[in-house]
Design a binder for this molecule. Sequence first.
Ligand code: ATP
Length: 239
Amino acid sequence: RKDVGHITVGSQEFNDLIGGGIETQSITEVFGEFGSGKSQISHELAVTVQLPEELGGLDGECVFVDTENTFRPERIRQIAEGFELDVEEVLGRIHVARAFNSSHQILMVDKINDLIQSGKNVKLVIVDSLMAHFRAEYVGRESLAVRQQKLNQHLHSLQQIANTYNVAVFITNQVQAKPDSFFGSPTKAIGGHVLGHASTYRIWLKKGLAGKRIARLVDSPHLPEGECVFKITSEGIVS
Ligand code: ATP
């Protein structure tokens, strides 16, 4: 793959874990229980993608597909100020798209295509959260096959955006914490193997002691499994 770019997640160790930051032409999935930091990393990336390359960004704009009303301009403000960026300018380069149901979410990808075609230099697409609508709408065993098919279709079109326009795709996925899951592999990830195959990078977020977070890279085809510790501060993600 040519011209792959990287976007810093704000922590050197975290970047190192995933090969230098989240990658363009790839889908990166973070999964973990509520409060593990998925939306916080999303907000961080929405800012850092705008940084110049020498500071870990791609000098690009961001599309934030918000499915659960988690986007917080105030949070962007804090993080942008931490980087001494112009807050209004930063907010202006984040295109927030609220998805009201799963069909709307799927159609949103066409809108992203249009936005890029119209000349916006989008380098990052965030879907926070990927699964919420699908989980709520396709309930029960009998609807699982349809859900997987719709999800596959959705992920496929996201991957196409990533490839066609050299964009990074970042998706969040809430999974229930099991008491023993801290010691093993999270086999019951919502979305299951559908996501396992689709996302090139999968990062499992866990809550650690004293407000720390642990990021673990899992199922990566070309990077070693490993972990790092990071913190969420008012100015964003730090080591
Ligand atoms: P969910 O699945 O419920 O959406 P999530 O993984 O997206 O959860 P986040 O919203 O990313 O969770 O993380 C919330 C946590 O981030 C809070 O519990 C808090 O610990 C931390 N946090 C949020 N804002 C700040 C801040 N301004 N300063 C420090 N820590 C913060």
